[in-house]
Write a protein that binds this ligand. Sequence first.
Ligand code: DAH
Length: 340
Amino acid sequence: MRDKIAEIVKEIIQEPVKTPEELELFRIKYLGSKNTIKELFSELKNVSNESKKEVGQLLNGLKNQAQERFDVMKIKLENSSSEDLKIDTSRPGDQIENGSRHPLSLVRSEIIGIFDRIGFVVSEGPEIEDDWHNFSALNFPPEHPARDMQDTFFIEKGENEMALRTHTSSVQVRVMESEKPPIRTISPGRVYRNEAISARSHCFFHQIEGLYIDKDVSFADLKQTLLYFAQEMFGEKAQIRLRPSYFPFTEPSAEVDVSCTLCKSKGCNVCKYTGWLEILGCGMVDPNVLELSNIDSKTHSGFAFGMGVERIAQLKYRVNDLRLYSENDIRFLKQFTPGI
Ligand code: DAH
């Protein structure tokens, strides 16, 4: 018995208790409900009567020693900064992986930068929109077939109709309602349409809307602004052409093509051998739209345009499957790491 006690004394002194985990193991072993010292106490009955007192005292001493070491180490551990204990300076360092910005974020920032240089400020609006801002205030009368141009995800039908915005033109309305001309703004954001997901269409994508309202804003201003944008984005040789089109909120309206920079307008499979790539819709803000937002259409005029960020990214990075942008495939995203 005495030998056993001497052995445990040694153990208690030598037992490593440098971490909270080791301290807990120590506690279980020597102070827990089924600890080693308790076991020795239960053997006390086998000790001869003469020795009982002495062995009992030794056991009590052992118990106190275990408790003392536990208390001391506990305080030490609590006071020492945990960093000291965790850092193993001999370990090789972890490799720090560089993150990358999403290609759509890169393109959005670039577009914002281009328009910032000519005085356009960024404005934003909600993704869940009411009928007024998404449709009615943009000159889409109820039941008008133009509403079918954009398949809508409705959240609530009827009187308090709410839907996921189908375009960022809704932000135009919000800006016109809350600010007085001159207005020069671009509105980047996510938009939603009830469309089957494929390489060429998706149920959500990103647009950037532009709006300029002041006295005497003309179609020539619109054209020059878009030419400036195209040359900043696609290079100084880029050209644009405008084709007549229709949007309920602009009159006249146009679709804009940029000369294909991939084949220098010679014709390739990206531009379908036309030499031109469609990049955005635009037009002069319809006087009705100005009036609906309480802007006097006799004293003021304006232009608006809207472009798809995915479309511009597709032309810039030649990504021709829309699904890639939202699949979070690291092999795709990694390609946009700075420096690669
Ligand atoms: N909102 C249109 C769409 O999503 C794009 C657009 C066209 C915006 C012409 C405009 C514009 O501001 O003038 O298809």
